[in-house]
Structures are given as structure tokens and as C-alpha cells.
Design a protein around this ligand. Structure first.
Ligand code: GTR
Length: 355
């Protein structure tokens, strides 16, 4: 594997005017620069339109839900953006505890509320609340910008070069649910972590990056344009991803196909926007398309940022075994054997890391 040095990454601590960030006090300025870079060139900016939100409980589970250990609530989110309305549903599963619980907000691949592809009962048994929504309930996973939230932001269904794509819209939806979660007494509002798998791992990283009310995030095999470094990447590349999924990103991103070395950022910049909050990156050993080594190096490359606060991230290693759990720092890295999937083992890493 190519080392961090060999990849010639842009210096995450170097401001555009040549000043170097050496203290936490200086970080917000650099943070704003990175946020602007990624907003313009990677995920895109959503048009700055006024919005409102309100939530309505649609149903509550009965006493037998999870053998009476937890409560279940299906909630409808009603938003207006630029005066136009749209609604979608999400669900909460919260263990009955005396004090507010930390919670995971998951962008999910299932329309079933409550989801049966996620070990919700086990998550609650571990003392975490679980909140989930189906990403395609927000807007479709394709190039059609005339449905759902996309239609509110882009009334004619068209986008400019730097406009936000579907990932930006899914992340925006996660932030609206976070607005509501801040008001839920059973949840500890200072400990809400956003997570998702693959394309939704990329979206979770962008949600955590943009919304500092998230106490952190966990990307599960987010790969290309997620946690994996673009320079020196194996498997999927900027060219491949922007050919097949141009609508996930700002149209401007495609200009960097086969020109990764010229990008003004790399994916450690995305991870840096989570600092100094908790960040977990996970890989599957057989997930060559995502590039597990590139994901591990992304974590190592963000270490200088976390070091500003005296916080640690996994150190760079030349060889990484198929099973490894580096879960003691403020940035964690986890790899397990097997293929591309948000598995039970990945959840166990989340429990250990966010406990
Ligand atoms: C793949 C895509 C990946 C990843 C994955 C997924 O087809 O190339 O970047 O996002 O989809 O979301 O499952």
C-alpha cells in the first residue's frame, strides 16, 4: 500500500493564505475553508432557501414492543423549503431508562419502519436509542431532481455546477431529524451519532461534517468519496463513481476524474470536519471496491487535526490485518473479515466505540 507521504495529500492544517493551524482556536478558520471546498466541489451546496419543520407522532408501539423494554414511535417530519411542503417518516426505538440515552441516527436502505434489517433490539439493549429513516423516502437515488426534497430545492429539476447532489439532500434530512431529536426528553441531545453504510456512510460523514450538533459519526465501508483517500486509491475512483453516480455529487466533482492529484482536497479533509468530535471508520476486509487500506489511512491522515486538542487517531501502519479494532482514541478504526455489508460485527464496534 502507498504510504500517506507517497500520496502527497494537501496539508489539512495549512490555510489558503499560508498560515499553519497550531491550536484549537485557529481551527474554525481552516474548518470554514475546508467546508467551502467540499461544498463547492464534492457534495455541492444546497440553495440557501428558508425552511421550517414540524413533527407529528403517527403511531406508538404497544406495551409488548421489545418485550416491554423499549418504546417505539413512528414520526412524520413536515418541512417547507422556500414555502413548498414535503413530508417523510422515521422511527425511534428507545430503551426505557431513567436517564436520557445516547442515540444513533441511521440513514437506512429500507422502507420498513421499524426496520428489520438492523438489530434494533440489541442496540436498545446496549443502552442506545435508535432512529432510522429510509433515504429514498427523502428523494430517489437517481438523477431525477424533481421528486421529494430535491424538488423543493430545485423547482425546475436542474442543478448548477456547484449545487448539492443527493448526498447533500440526504444529509440535510438527517439534520432536520436532529432538530427534532434535540426536543426528545428520552434522548441525550449531546450524544447523537449519525451513521450509515456505503453511499449512506458517505452521507453520514457529510451530515456529521456540516452539522456540529452531531456528537460524532460512524461511516461503515464508505469507500470512494467517503473515508478512503482518493490519491492512490484502489477499486472505485473519482472517474468511476462520477460516471455511474453523478447525481450524488456537485457536478463540478467530475472534473477531477483521473486528476485526483490536482484536487484541492482529499478525503481526510472530509474526516477533519468531524474534529474534535468522535469519529469511527469501519472497513470490510474483502471490500476492495471501497479500499480498506485507503479508509484506514484516511483516519491516520486526520491525526494532526485531532492532535490540536491532544486527542488521538489511529497511527499509520504498513500492514493492516483483516481483523483489527482500534477503538480507544477519539477517532476509531475497525476492520473485520468479510464483504460489503453493515453487519452485526460492525454494530458491536459501534457499541464499544460510542459507549
Ligand atoms: C456502489 C458504489 C459505492 C458504494 C455502494 C453502495 O455501487 O460504487 O461507492 O456507495 O454502491 O452504496 O452500496
Amino acid at each position: 500500500m502507498k504510504s500517506i507521504k507517497e500520496r502527497n495529500l494537501p496539508d489539512v492544517l495549512l490555510c489558503a493564505d499560508g498560515t499553519r493551524v497550531v491550536s484549537p482556536e485557529q481551527w474554525p478558520r481552516r474548518r470554514a475553508e475546508i467546508d467551502a471546498l467540499l461544498s463547492d466541489t464534492l457534495f455541492g451546496r444546497l440553495p440557501n432557501l428558508p425552511f421550517t419543520w414540524r413533527c407529528e407522532t403517527e403511531s406508538e408501539g404497544d406495551e409488548s414492543y421489545q418485550a416491554g423494554k423499549s418504546i417505539l414511535r413512528v414520526v412524520r417530519m413536515d418541512v417547507t423549503v422556500g414555502g413548498k411542503p414535503f413530508s417523510w417518516k422515521f422511527f425511534l426505538s428507545l430503551p426505557k431508562r431513567e436517564t436520557p440515552v445516547p442515540a444513533f441516527l441511521m440513514l437506512m436502505f429500507t422502507r420498513k419502519l421499524p426496520a428489520d434489517t438492523v438489530p434494533v433490539e440489541e442496540i436498545c439493549d446496549e443502552g442506545f436509542g435508535f432512529v432510522g429513516f429510509d433515504y429514498q423516502d427523502v428523494t430517489s437515488d437517481d438523477g431525477d431532481f424533481t421528486n421529494g426534497l430535491a424538488a423543493l430545492f430545485y423547482p425546475d429539476g436542474r442543478r448548477g455546477e456547484h449545487d448539492g447532489g443527493k448526498i447533500a439532500l440526504w444529509a440535510w434530512a438527517a439534520s432536520r431529524i436532529l432538530d427534532y431529536l434535540q426536543t426528545v426528553p428520552e434522548i441525550d441531545s449531546r450524544r447523537i451519532y449519525v451513521t450509515g453504510h456505503s453511499r449512506l456512510g458517505k452521507s453520514a460523514l457529510w451530515a456529521a461534517a456540516r452539522d456540529e450538533r452531531f456528537a460524532g459519526g460512524a461511516s461503515i465501508q464508505s469507500g470512494c468519496s467517503g473515508a478512503a483517500l482518493a490519491r492512490g486509491k484502489n477499486g472505485e475512483t473519482v472517474e468511476k463513481i462520477t460516471n455511474v453516480f453523478p447525481y450524488w455529487f456537485a457536478p463540478a466533482y467530475a472534473a477531477f476524474a483521473n486528476r485526483e492529484a490536482e484536487m484541492p482536497f482529499d478525503q481526510h479533509d472530509l474526516l477533519a470536519l468531524a474534529a474534535p468530535r468522535r469519529l469511527l471508520v469501519t472497513s470490510a476486509a474483502d471490500d476492495a471496491w471501497a479500499d480498506p487500506d485507503g479508509e484506514a489511512l484516511g483516519c491516520a491522515a486526520v491525526a494532526p487535526v485531532y492532535a490540536l486538542w491532544g486527542l488521538s487517531a489511529p497511527a499509520e501502519r504498513a500492514d493492516i490485518p483483516d481483523s483489527i479494532a482500534l477503538l480507544d482514541g477519539q477517532v476509531g478504526y475497525f476492520r473485520r473479515p468479510g464483504t460489503h455489508c453493515f453487519s452485526r460485527d460492525d454494530w458491536h464496534a459501534l457499541f464499544r466505540f460510542f459507549r
